[in-house]
Design a protein around this ligand. Structure first.
Ligand code: ADP
Ligand code: MG
Length: 342
């Protein structure tokens, strides 16, 4: 028989190196990366047979009948049926129950911003499996929240962190290690260790930014990354697609970028924190004449959207805009030397 029994091995996650704390449980292989070879009981030979018979992808196996597969590969109907069922479950086809979703939601982790008020506004901190977007004017505290999160994610679970590492995609060259050292020291953490647990990538243009986010997957899988920051999301997209008629291609690329981030959040139980600029709306005569940039794509794909504005001195006001499960509201926080606080 062509199909030799072979044990499938779960992809092993590499242990953390260096100074990091114990890591998270093994992460399953990304379903979109599964191939015929991953079917239980199918070795490379079996996969080759399936391919020769025209079943080149899991989806084609999942959609076939047992009779077709058994005839094409010369195996019994029973074996063919098992292969088809495996392909279907690997592809996660069909519906999930709300109970399944709730199970997944139980794994959601939260990272403290440092301000209890701000944490409470978003349900207890910045969530994994979600995108949190902060938009506001220059100096409103968007980056400062990012720096605080980059440090706080490293705190133990129970203390506002996730015992994890951070990826920081810097598009405006405003990341400052000195500031991280300040924040780490204020929390009694070893600044050197804290710096080592933040992977920085400077994005030089929007395409580079997209590639960085897509490449981040490896790091996320192997280095116990629990937070990805993009500061800021739109600056390159705005300058790279500034001409007339360039909005559609820009939104297309942006859509791809946002989807890649969302997928990382979902697959690896990671929190995404994005900052975004605002632009003046000359058409608005009353109320707050600013709006975030990025259009509907960013708006629709962000789970939590915070609008930050300056108040007196180092005080800032955050407003929660259309959240799926939290009431709209505002929180006051301050920017201090030791980070974000009430
Ligand atoms: P943006 O929204 O443009 O990203 P930032 O998050 O960089 O703005 O916020 C800048 C503000 O953060 C400064 O105006 C200052 O009030 C505050 N800030 C920055 N560094 C410190 C520090 N070391 N101590 C106290 N406040 C600081
Ligand atoms: Mg900034």
């Amino acid at each position: 028989m062509a199909f030799k029994k072979k044990k499938t091995t779960e992809e092993e996650m590499e242990g953390l190196q260096g100074d990091a704390e114990p890591q998270e449980p093994v992460v399953k292989k990304d379903p979109s990366e599964m191939t015929l070879e991953d079917l239980p009981g199918i070795g490379p030979k079996g996969a080759q047979k399936l391919k020769e018979a025209g079943y080149t992808e899991l989806i084609s196996v999942a959609a076939a009948s047992a009779g077709e597969i058994s005839a094409a590969c010369g195996i019994s109907d029973g074996t063919a049926e098992k292969i088809i069922q495996s392909a279907r479950s690997m592809l996660d086809m069909g519906f999930k129950t709300a109970a399944d979703l709730q199970e997944r939601r139980k794994e959601v982790g939260r990272i403290t911003t440092g301000s209890k008020n701000l944490d409470a506004l978003i349900g207890g901190g910045v969530e994994t499996q979600a995108i949190t977007e902060a938009y506001g004017m220059f100096g409103s505290g968007k980056s400062q929240i990012g720096f605080s999160l980059a440090v706080n994610v490293q705190l133990p679970k129970g203390e506002g962190g996730l015992n994890g590492r951070c990826i920081f995609i810097d598009t405006e060259s405003t990341f400052r290690p000195e500031r991280i050292i300040q924040l780490a020291a204020a929390r009694g953490l070893d600044p050197k260790k804290v710096l080592k647990n933040i992977f920085i990538a400077k994005a030089y243009n929007s395409d580079h930014q997209i590639v960085l986010a897509e490449k981040a997957k490896e790091l996320v899988k192997e280095q116990n990354v629990k937070l990805i920051i993009v500061d800021s999301l739109m600056s390159h997209f705005r300058s790279d697609y500034s001409g007339r008629g360039e909005l559609a291609p820009r939104q297309q690329k942006l859509n791809r970028h946002m989807h890649a981030l969302q997928k990382l959040a979902d697959t690896y139980n990671v929190a995404i924190y994005l900052t975004n600029q605002v632009m003046a709306r000359p058409d608005m005569m009353f109320g707050d004449p600013t709006t975030h940039v990025g259009g509907n794509i960013v708006g629709h794909m962000s789970t939590f959207r915070l609008y930050l504005r300056k108040s007196k001195a180092n005080t800032r006001i955050a407003r929660l805009i259309d959240s799926p499960n939290m009431p709209e509201g505002e929180a006051v926080f301050t920017l201090t030397e030791s980070g974000i606080s009430d």
